[in-house]
Design a protein. Structure first.
Length: 131
C-alpha cells in the first residue's frame, strides 16, 4: 500500500522526486546496490528493513541497528558513491528508538530531505556531496 501511494505521489508531482524502497524490492532493479549497502553497515546488526534510493552515481540508504544493551535502536542515513564505494555522507537520524521508523528521507531535484530526531526536517544539496 505504501509503495503504491509513493508511486501515485511521483506521478502527481511529475518531477524528479524519489522515495526509498525496501532493499529487497530495490534488488530486483539493481543488484550491486546490496553489496554497497552491506559494505557500510554490518548485515548481522541490521534490524528491520533497509530503505534505498539509487540515483545517478549515488546510493542513498537508511538502516536501523542496536545502539545499546537496552535494545534501543539507532537509525542512520548514508550516501555512497556507486562508482568507487566511498562513503560520502553519514548522519544519525535517531538513536533512542524502541521500534523501526520507516520513510525518513526522500530526494527531490538536487536535494535530499530527511527527518532528524523525529522533529527536524533537514535539506542537503546532493551536488555538494559529489565535490
Amino acid at each position: 500500500v505504501l509503495n503504491a501511494a509513493k508511486s501515485r505521489m511521483q506521478a502527481m508531482t511529475n518531477d524528479d522526486t524519489d522515495f526509498p524502497l525496501p532493499l529487497d524490492e530495490h534488488l530486483l532493479m539493481n543488484e550491486p546496490s546490496s553489496a554497497l549497502v552491506y559494505k557500510h553497515c554490518q548485515k548481522d546488526d541490521v534490524v528491520g528493513t533497509i530503505e534505498v534510493v539509487a540515483r545517478d552515481s549515488l546510493l542513498f540508504f537508511t538502516h536501523h541497528d542496536k545502539s545499546d544493551l537496552d535494545g534501543r535502536l539507532r537509525k542512520t542515513l548514508k550516501i555512497v558513491d556507486r562508482n568507487d564505494g566511498e562513503l560520502l555522507f553519514a548522519e544519525t537520524l535517531d538513536q533512542n528508538l524502541q521500534h523501526t521508523v520507516p520513510d525518513s528521507f526522500f530526494l527531490r531535484d538536487n536535494m535530499i530531505y530527511f527527518v532528524k530526531d523525529q522533529s527536524s526536517l533537514i535539506a542537503v544539496n546532493i551536488d555538494d556531496l559529489k565535490s
